[in-house]
Ligand binder design. Structure first.
Ligand SMILES: Cc1cc2nc3c(=O)[nH]c(=O)nc-3n(C[C@H](O)[C@H](O)[C@H](O)COP(=O)(O)OP(=O)(O)OC[C@H]3O[C@@H](n4cnc5c(N)ncnc54)[C@H](O)[C@@H]3O)c2cc1C
Length: 381
């Protein structure tokens, strides 16, 4: 099987005409992975330009291995902050519950990015590898003509519906405010500020900024559309009664958007004929394990490699789904469980915090050891 790490081509992808529908993080990673193994790749993106929401994103070692294998390591290092720890916090007292040191993780570091910077690095990689990107190119109904069509159009994917039947994404009972504030010299730590029925994640971004995702449980999502600009006062109101330290951060928020968090179950069918789906199109997840994009990067690499290994696309696509489905299901279940763990109240909250604290003292690496299956996984091996 041709290694995708080298820009040599030579396997079954050489000369293949690959059309990627959707130019998000997953689609661009797939485009680059196929182009680097010799395919002729076109990306069709509905938006007038390839861009991302003005927020941060965490790339964990499992996703970073893919980006490194695609030759992007140096550019990524220049555009990101290396995370040193994850700190679960008691949002009410403002005190750390424990600290998980990330310096023991194997492989490329856990990093924080501006989404726009990550997209730019992927776009530059795609341009250098000869990928043709068509913007303002919404694919509706008829699919483009190619040897392989990849549906990477996110949670509203029509190609997912074509393979699995139409079903509307469901509201997960969670909303998330997203904001970025100035905070020069913030330490390179992801903090999870846990409070009853809500939590906030903060981490620094290059340029002296701090990324904020503030989640709250809600019964319904009543607004039109999936996100809208909101009043920062609503965010602060949702977090009244929390520690001064976190309140001080939320006081700085001026512009904020509110997102309804929707998802589908993991798609039963990821391929049919010469069509495959990946990323959020196949398996949207709650963001409580920071894995949606990381899993999409893994999908992209595995899909390109399995296709490179055989002239029989149908066999390659079946192998791709077989290699990926159980893993993404496990990651999504873990993210769902985090929603419960982060939002505990009363006695169960006190017990959970005590146990986390105890684990941090007695066996500081045990928590990360439990995530070896996630962060330690190397799809490029
Ligand atoms: C609050 C929040 C925080 C998150 N934090 C993290 C994190 O730290 N780490 C992480 O790994 N993940 C995170 N995620 C998840 C991550 O953002 C997504 O899983 C990831 O962006 C999905 O990428 P994708 O390419 O599959 O889909 P998308 O990013 O949704 O891209 C789909 C693209 O397809 C285009 N498109 C749609 N329909 C069509 C069509 N018919 N024709 C042409 N183009 C079309 C869209 O315009 C879009 O550009 C977070 C998510 C949220 C909501």
């Amino acid at each position: 099987m041709t290694g995708l790490k080298k820009n040599s081509g030579g396997g079954s992808n050489k000369g293949r005409r690959v059309c990627v529908v959707g130019g998000g993080l997953g689609g661009l990673a797939a485009a680059l992975a196929f182009a680097r193994s010799g395919a002729q790749v076109q990306v069709f993106e509905q938006a007038p330009q390839i861009t991302e929401v003005g927020a941060g994103i965490q790339v964990t070692p499992n996703g970073a291995r893919v980006l490194a294998a695609l030759g992007l390591d140096d550019q990524l290092a220049a555009q990101s902050i290396v995370a040193t720890a994850v700190e679960p916090m008691d949002a009410v007292s403002g005190q750390p519950v424990t600290r998980f040191d990330l310096s023991h993780l194997d492989g490329p570091p856990y990093r924080f990015f501006h989404r726009a910077a990550l997209i730019s690095v992927l776009m530059a990689g795609c341009a250098a590898a000869g990928v043709q990107v068509h913007t303002g190119a919404r694919i509706d109904g008829d699919l483009p003509d190619g040897d392989l069509i990849i549906g990477a159009e996110g949670v509203k994917s029509q190609i997912r519906a074509r393979l699995n039947g139409a079903d509307d994404p469901f509201f997960t009972g969670q909303v998330a405010w997203r904001a970025v504030v100035d905070l020069p010299d913030a330490d390179p730590v992801a903090r999870i500020w846990m409070a009853p029925r809500r939590h906030v994640v903060t981490y620094p971004l290059p340029g002296g900024r701090l990324n904020i995702v503030a989640v709250q449980e809600r019964k319904q999502w009543a607004a039109e559309g999936w996100n809208h600009a909101d009043d920062a006062g609503n965010l602060r109101q949702a977090y009244r009664g929390i520690s001064g330290r976190l309140r001080g951060i939320l006081e700085q928020v001026e512009d904020v958007s509110l997102w309804g968090l929707f998802r589908h179950p993991v798609a039963p069918v990821w391929h049919q004929g010469n069509i495959a789906i990946l990323g959020d199109a196949a398996h949207p997840t709650l963001p409580f394990l920071a894995q949606g994009a990381n899993l999409a990067f893994e999908d992209a690499y595995v899909l390109a490699r399995t296709c490179d290994g055989t002239d029989d696309i149908a066999t390659a696509l079946a192998t791709y789904q077989a290699l990926r489905r159980a893993r993404v299901q496990r990651a999504i279940s873990t993210a769902n469980a985090n929603a419960t763990k982060y939002h505990l109240s009363g006695v169960s909250r006190r017990v959970a915090h005590l146990s986390l604290r105890g684990m941090g003292v007695v066996a500081p690496n045990a928590f990360l050891g439990r995530l070896d299956w996630l962060y330690g996984y190397d799809v490029t091996a």
